[in-house]
Design a protein around this ligand. Sequence first.
Ligand code: PFF
Length: 453
Amino acid sequence: MAEEKKSQQGEWSSRFAFILAATGSAVGLGNIWKFPYITGENGGGAFVLVYLLCVVLIGVPLMMAETMLGRRSKENPIHTMEILTKEAGADHNWQYLGWLGVTAGFLILSYYSVIAGWATAYVVKAFFGSFFGATPQEIKAIFDGFVASPIQLIFWHSLFMLATMLIVARGIEKGFERSIRFLLPWLFALMILLVGYAMSTDGYFQGLNFLFKPDFSKLTANSVLVAMGQAFFSLSLGMGSIMVYGAYLPKDVSIAKSSMFIAGADTIVALLAGIIIFPIVFSHGLHPNSGPGLVFETLPIAFGNMFGGWLVGVLFFIALVFAALSSSIALIEPAVAWLIENQGYSRPKACLYSGLLAWFLGLGTVFSFNAWANFKLFGQTIFELLDYLTANLMLPIGGFCIAIFAGWIMKQDHSRHELELPDDKYYQVWKFLVSYVAPAAVFFVFLNVVGVL
Ligand code: PFF
């Protein structure tokens, strides 16, 4: 009896740890900072609809595939691809897929840390009451003044990167896990509170209309690519991050159920962010397409005006920083694991070097908002270029290859055995989505963007 009980508890806590880590990786700046501003830039409803379709048709099946590959090999992404390539008797070039992911994670981290630095600075601004009674113009001036200062951005970027390095260097400690366990539900609760504020504004219905009423004339080939890229970015797919977490997943946990939970939670947080932000935009005559500053120019208006706004603002930005930390550790971990396992570095040294390199690359993003704002390659700043290259190209290409691998290369017996779906019908649906729908979608979206279609 006693033994049975113990093993059950163990299983529950492992499943919980996996879901927590994977949800922590998924929920972050992508949901609260990026989703609203790219929705604003791409015209609203139709873009959101394409995004949701990508989450359901590509995101969930791919998340299942990545988790399954990780669980089968129980290794880091580079090793996973090596082992599974051998197991399937496939071409050895498949193992480079792990590399693509490690590189993408690294590049994303470089700019992710800069933006997370903004959120960290906003904890302090909220704490000192900077938004109290401020007009939307004053709040915009605070943001513009802030990003115009390279020194300030570098300071907060360094602080955030240091925190990431310290957490990863110590191994993901219980303390950090515990904070995430409390802070994610907090973030959620605060967002519900903010939806209440959004409902009280004049622009509530206009905001909802913008978000949910599709106007397909606003949809371009590029916005479809951006929506698809965002599905990958927000769900942390296409770069092996979920694969690493899948490696710790016990055998009896349903991969399908946990993937649906994680994708569902991630999507709800993104939609809530939109439901909060667009009403504020419309009730104050702001523009939905004001770019990466959108969240920082709108939410403080709520904090400056709502009852209890000081406390809500401070807690919200703290929770956002922790959500960003639980994503940044997932971004750096593949590179760190590779340095330890393949190059023989100690964990602290691996963190130091990869953190420093990502920090250095991040300076390009810092200067994109001030000193180098006019320096453009292909019409884009360094930040925009890095974002486009990773989210819209590298992650979908990585996802495409993972889908092909899981659907076509891996032996069907193995994937069926790992997924253990309750009915073979479900397995066939997954297999169809991952073998045909996901790769074809990525392929056609690419063709569309380069103008072939
Ligand atoms: N999903 C994270 C977010 O939405 O903020 C970003 C991210 C984390 C992307 C980890 C990729 C990744 F591997």
